[in-house]
Design a protein around this ligand. Structure first.
Ligand SMILES: [Zn+2]
Length: 195
């Protein structure tokens, strides 16, 4: 196993203020792009209508950016993709991806220490594992996206194999991975079904 992978990169990312700001900026850009497009049903203007979140572990992000059509009689919600939140989980996407990936890449004591620091119980971790191995792997997003990875990624070690492909030891690689996963974070995606 490569040395960098054994390092403290996961904890470093979770404490990285620049990364936190960068992901906020990316979400703000995604929000703005959705607002410029306007309502997909009636072409009305979209107003801010954020969801409150109380995420555990990682940055104290308390708002999931969202929009609502201003037209009387439409009022449909438009929630843009996010690099910060993965579905309705109480943990931010960063934590779900990193901690799930760590299970395959780091020694058990180290994973346990980080898990305890973030207050993630064993059942939660198991639920995330099941989400990656079943919901994610069988979902339409991955079925369409996996062809772009050559050599083929090992699905049994997801999201670790994905994390390696994107080079998440550096913050830029992690941002790219979260951007890659962002389409999963909109409404009607399977990511919303696990809590
Ligand atoms: Zn509308």
């Amino acid at each position: 196993m490569k040395k960098a992978i054994e390092g403290n990169w996961c904890q470093a990312h979770l404490a990285d203020e620049n990364l936190r700001q960068l992901l906020e900026k990316v979400d703000a850009d995604l929000l703005q792009a959705a607002q410029v497009r306007g309502c997909q049903w009636c072409e009305g203007k979209l107003h801010r209508a954020d969801y409150e979140r109380k995420p555990r572990g990682g940055p104290a992000w308390d708002r999931r950016f969202s929009l609502c059509c201003a037209e009387e009689g439409c009022r449909r919600r438009h929630t843009p993709p996010s690099v910060r939140f993965l579905g309705r989980r109480v943990y931010v996407g960063l934590v779900v991806v990193l901690v799930s990936a760590m299970r395959h890449g780091l020694t058990a004591p180290r994973v346990q220490r980080i898990r305890e620091q973030l207050g993630i119980d064993r059942r939660t971790l198991e639920r995330w594992r099941q989400w990656w191995l079943a919901t994610f792997v069988q979902g339409s997003f991955w079925k369409a996206a996996k062809a772009r990875f050559l050599p083929r990624l090992c699905e049994a070690t997801l999201p670790w194999s994905l994390a390696q492909a994107f080079g998440v030891e550096c913050a830029d690689g992690l941002r790219r991975l979260l951007e890659f996963l962002a389409p999963l974070t909109t409404r009607a995606s399977p990511a919303d079904r696990v809590g």
